[in-house]
Design a protein around this ligand. Structure first.
Ligand code: GCU
Length: 666
């Protein structure tokens, strides 16, 4: 009877639900004073997110040191018994947080959220908070070294959480406090365990608590509801635990149909709702097979993805939601269906976008290159993994947890073994993986599924060697094989046709060679469906302060798109022709003008039919059959000076075209 009453209360009176919900998250981003410890007199007023390497992140001597963020604030409006927490979404790379002169905590790890309670320290007015941030190399924090700039700052948002005395906890490694654990999912039924971690209730109150959970579909219709009084222990907290079942669920099915549900969980004491948390969730199954590759919801699903770093010029890591959306739109434009979020946990907003857009996500910790042998390093690396998993557990887009990237060092085997166990314990339903560049490393045997970073055509051999890399060099006997990185550097200002790769550490990185590497690497990859996933290195150019190569020092220029996201390189269109369904025609090498002598080839990437070129008014059909959507013309009668070229294709009876003018000098 009581149960029925609760159902009725919640189902019938959404107004009552809203007013009873007292949890508040207050943005805490304005009015900070900032200075670097080396220049204490240079204090500036900043709004978070803020990155103190926004302007120097590509210089060899970018600022790696301490900086201080301080602010005064009044206590938020509170009711008697309310408790206040502060949640940082990420600070690069460690942060000591003090309120009114008392240290709240010291967090190590530059990419994950952390949350502290400050209730006892709060005065009604005039509180002070100081956050001392440090982005120096520290032998207790991964990564020790990596091929990217270690940007400093409070570069993701901060909020104050005002919660009732008894609440869903925000301090379980800064997880949402709600775990949605899919137990089964197919077209007829889906079932998930729901665990909600509570804190601040005494034993008597705990006995009067119930959890009400409801699941709403994309239209907001409630498709399942359940309630329970069962209490268990989870992650060291009391948790109310239930199972929720949906008949005929709509499965989250990647890009084609990323169906999502909203899980609303209410903690009810007696007959009053005391706290509520909503999470976006989805049902799907993922299997990765040694021979069949990637299987989503029982069907073979070629996982064709890109890697992404999070930095941008003039912003470093302090990027906006609009920046995240722009990245996602570019990734969608080429038709990729997966993203390796390298080499660290990315913003919560971006994982949400991946859920919404149906991108399959490889999530990873920043355990790159080096594993020093000290206990604190092991402990902070493990906590970075636990944070990654607990904070992101409910995202349907994430299918694996990656333990390391190109790792060596004295303590590597021990830590990776422990990390693998932790990941399985925290989440028995997702695969562990890793990105290796050493086919002889004993570490490769540890994760469930393996992947390799390999650069035939760039750091070694010629591009067609991808074939040997996949079939002979890397393919494990039992573990499934993925390609976690492949690619080549390119400047949109460097052009030329080469027969072998340029000096990769040199100053000449022609755009045409990058395109050739991708065309040939990908041709080999796409013949092999057993490869469970492939990820282009990289979707965007990114800052790597130590690099001295290409046309801009301090950059890794292997992006398909320039650092400012303004210019897609030719290789971008190669993938667009292969992966995306919208009709498109792109003439490669348009920027290769003027050109001369042997540079006589015209190449077109297209997914249309009936392809021909009009060259200075004359029609030419392509030489031979296309390979992986690449059409070529090797014998055009180039005119001295201006050559007008239009490439035509047909799709659904419509003509699609691209054109350019190339200056040719014999
Ligand atoms: C490595 C590594 C990346 C790096 C890339 C490159 O294999 O995992 O972090 O940026 O290769 O050299 O471009």
């Amino acid at each position: 009877m009581k149960k029925f009453w609760i159902y009725l209360l919640i189902a019938m009176s959404s107004a009552a639900v809203a007013s009873a919900s007292v949890r508040r998250a207050i943005p805490f981003n304005d009015g900070w004073k900032f200075h670097k410890v080396t220049t204490p007199a240079e204090v500036s007023e900043v709004t978070l997110p803020h990155c103190y390497n926004a302007d120097d992140g590509t210089s060899a001597d970018y600022y790696r040191g301490e900086a201080v963020y301080a602010k005064t604030f009044d206590a938020p409006a509170m009711e008697k018994g309310d408790r206040v927490f502060i949640r940082f979404e990420a600070v690069g790379f460690q942060a000591k947080v003090e309120v009114n002169g008392v240290e709240l905590g010291h967090h190590k790890g530059g990419f994950t959220a952390f949350c502290y309670e400050l209730t006892e320290l709060l005065r009604t007015k005039g509180n002070s908070i100081t956050v001392t941030v440090d982005n120096r190399k520290d032998m207790t924090i991964a990564p020790i070294n990596a091929d990217f700039t270690m940007f400093g700052g409070i570069y993701r948002p901060v909020s104050l959480l005002v919660l009732p005395k008894g609440h869903i906890t925000p301090v379980d490694y800064a997880s949402p406090g709600v775990y949605f654990e899919q137990l089964e999912a197919d077209a007829t039924q889906a079932r998930a365990a729901v665990k909600v971690l509570v804190d601040g209730f005494d034993d008597k109150e705990l006995g009067r608590l119930s959890l009400y959970s409801e699941l709403r579909d994309g239209e907001g219709t409630v498709v399942a509801r359940t309630s329970t009084n069962a209490v268990m222990r989870h992650n060291g907290f009391n948790a109310l635990a239930d199972t929720i079942t949906v008949a005929n669920p709509e499965l989250w099915n990647g890009r084609s149909n990323p169906a999502l549900y909203t899980l609303a969980t209410y903690i009810i004491k007696g007959e009053v709702i005391v706290d509520k948390v909503e999470q976006t969730v989805g049902f799907r199954t993922v299997e990765v097979d040694h021979d069949k590759g990637f299987i989503l919801n029982g069907k073979s699903h070629n996982l064709r993805g890109v890697n992404r770093h999070q930095d941008r010029p003039g912003k470093g890591w302090a990027i906006s939601e609009a920046d995240h959306r722009e990245d996602m739109e570019l990734i969608k434009e080429i038709g990729a269906n997966g993203i390796r979020l390298a080499h660290y946990p990315h913003a919560e907003y971006f994982y949400d976008l991946c859920d919404r857009e149906g991108m399959l996500v490889w999530a990873e910790i920043p355990f790159v290159d080096n594993a020093p042998d000290n206990e604190e390093f092991a402990a902070t690396t493990k906590s970075q993994l636990i944070e990654l998993i607990r904070q992101n557990y409910n995202h349907p887009s994430i299918f694996c947890w990656s333990l390391f990237n190109e790792l060596g060092g004295p303590a590597a085997t021990k830590i990776v073994t422990e990390l693998n166990d932790i990941a399985h314990r925290e989440d028995p339903h997702r695969y562990t993986t890793a990105a290796s560049n050493d086919d002889n490393s004993p570490l490769n045997a540890i994760p469930d599924i393996m992947a390799y970073n390999t650069y035939p055509g760039w750091y070694w051999a010629d591009p067609a060697t991808m074939q040997y890399a996949i079939d002979w060099k890397y393919r494990p006997d039992k573990q499934p094989l993925g390609i976690s990185e492949y690619g080549a550097g390119a400047s949109i200002h460097h052009h030329g046709i080469l027969s072998e790769h340029p000096d990769t550490g040199g100053d000449y990185h022609p755009e045409e060679w990058q395109a050739t590497v991708h065309e040939i690497n990908y041709r080999e990859i796409s013949k092999r469906n057993f490869v469970w996933g492939t990820f282009v290195w990289n979707m965007f150019d990114f800052a790597s302060a130590g690099r001295t190569e290409g046309d801009t020092y301090g950059m890794n220029d292997k992006g398909l798109v320039t650092y400012d996201r303004a210019t897609p390189k030719d290789a971008f269109y190669f993938y667009k022709a292969n992966w995306n369904a919208e009709p498109m025609v792109h003439i490669a090498g348009k920027r290769f003008t003027p050109r001369g002598a042997e540079a006589r080839q015209v190449k077109v990437y297209t997914n249309c039919d009936g392809i021909y070129l009009i060259h200075n008014g004359v029609r030419y059909y392509p030489d031979g059959n296309p390979q992986a959507h690449v059409y070529t013309w090797d014998n055009l009668p180039w005119a001295e000076g201006e050559n007008r070229i239009t490439a035509h294709g047909v799709s659904d009876g419509k003509i699609i075209y691209d054109n350019c003018i190339i200056i040719y000098n014999k």
